[in-house]
Write a protein that binds this ligand. Structure first.
Ligand SMILES: [Zn+2]
Length: 198
């Protein structure tokens, strides 16, 4: 961020009075521009014992498999955003239960929060959207674990197939840290005490 969105003056990065961290400040029109984390929302689309994955047609992680997810838009809820992304990226219509929130990931290193919701495919009429090369259903033994695009997706799938035999799906929250050597560490921070029968 270099120039003010309102008056186009050059911005200065400094700690405003009464604040405790640097912000982009415009001294010409006296505005402060706050930068906050973005929410990424998506679904874990389920059909029987299979899950739907999308092969990415865009960078980053072109050609790798992921769950349908994307940035929340203004004016929508996290769940409606997740359902919209599922339709856009996988052409898939889903229905959800009251207990659909499944995983939440804090990614402070890249200023993002991910949320995934468990969702049932309502039909098999899915098709790859503009950001996907392919969309396919996978049973656990067929999951391309070495070709999964993001650690948040890998963790969500890992816990899902761990929960599936007992059919209890507690909500879990994780902290994900990206090291300077490109290692990614995912730590389970919170887990709801009672899973819900499905
Ligand atoms: Zn300004």
């Amino acid at each position: 961020m270099k120039y003010c969105h309102h008056c186009a003056a050059k911005l200065i990065l400094r700690v405003p009075e009464g604040d405790d961290r640097p912000r982009y400040c415009c001294d010409a029109c006296d505005r402060i521009f706050y930068q906050n984390p973005k929410n990424v929302v998506g679904t874990l689309p389920i059909y029987g014992d299979q899950v739907l994955l999308c092969r990415r047609a865009i960078q980053p992680r072109l050609g790798k498999w992921t769950l349908p997810a994307g940035y929340m838009e203004n004016g929508e809820s996290s769940l409606s955003g997740a359902i919209r992304e599922t339709l856009e990226e996988a052409g898939a219509r889903v229905s959800v239960q009251d207990d659909c929130l499944y995983t939440l990931f804090n990614l402070p290193s890249i200023n993002q929060v991910y949320m995934f919701f468990r969702a049932e495919l309502v039909d098999l009429d899915f098709t790859a959207g503009a950001e996907s090369q392919a969309v396919a259903l996978f049973s656990e033994p067929d999951i391309p674990w070495q070709e999964i695009a993001f650690p948040v997706v890998k963790s969500t799938l890992k816990y899902y197939f761990q929960d599936l035999p007992v059919r209890r799906f507690p909500v879990r929250m994780f902290d994900v840290h990206h090291g300077e050597d490109h290692t990614v560490t995912t730590r389970l921070i919170s887990q709801s005490p009672i899973g819900v029968d499905q």
